[in-house]
Ligand binder design. Sequence first.
Ligand code: BV8
Length: 247
Amino acid sequence: MYRQIVVLTGAGISAESGLRTFRDQDGLWEEHLIEDVATPEGYARDPQLVERFYNERWRQLHNGDVEPNLAHVALAKLEQEFEGELLIVTQNIDDLHERAGSRRLLHMHGELSKGRCPRSRQTFLLRDPLGEHHTCTCCIPAQRLRPHVVWFGEMPIGLDRVQHALDTCDLFIAIGTSGSVYPAAGFVDTANHHGAQTVEVNIVPPDNDSQFQYHLQGKASSLVPYLVDRILNDEVISDQYDTEMTA
Ligand code: BV8
């Protein structure tokens, strides 16, 4: 039924794996001002504070307690079995999609597991939390690596590829994102403009809720497997589906 699907994921898809979101209760932004830890200015002002913010998340991701959940696994199954084209665009910097088996994946806001040379923008895998011993090998003198993360005011990664996929998709699904940060929160408008069906999966309505045709309210770990099975069984998403799920 569907030829080309774009899936956008946010922190909510990793919540049930134990990773904190940004804006939920006890979210990441509760303890920090965005300006201090997620802007280039904040990093210039206090690089150690920003490194601590990301290293704390790096340690949690690598402490062995955090695993992909059924939502990540369902999306990897979709990639395996869907005969059309699928692209997962994630705002998340964790590697849970990869660990669940997803490969056609784009981290538009960067990756926790990499550092970046501030001069050449080359990225380097981080085998331990970022520190002053992490320098690039591409410059003389070697530059201290920064988190490979897109901060507010910085250009997201892969937008051309995302734009092309949105222009040609016939199904757009947003999972576990508050729809509060652009340009990601505007992807649904592009999908709508090109006549795609648009679905959002969230425990509460996101900020851009009115832009979606279908709304599945509940946890990603139960709704995403169900949605994937319907897509693989060539069942379209319909209002009846909507009420059935939210009944
Ligand atoms: C850019 C870094 C120029 C990595 C992040 C005024 C108006 C409009 C826009 C702007 C404006 N002023 C400035 C802007 C632009 C700005 C922006 O949008 N600001 C906002 C605050 C208004 N955007 C930028 O600066 C971007 N860059 O614009 O460049 C440009 C752009 C295009 C073309 C040319 C030039 C860069 C933004 C990137 C910032 N970096 N992260 C990191 O630290 O992790 S943002 C960060 O927050 C995430 O990456 C994500 O993008 C964003 C939102 O987070 P979510 O993933 O949605 O998580 P959140 O906690 O908010 O929500 C979780 C959701 O899950 C909730 O809805 C919850 O209900 C749900 N949930 C929870 N549990 C579950 C669940 N759902 C299902 N199941 C569950 N179990």
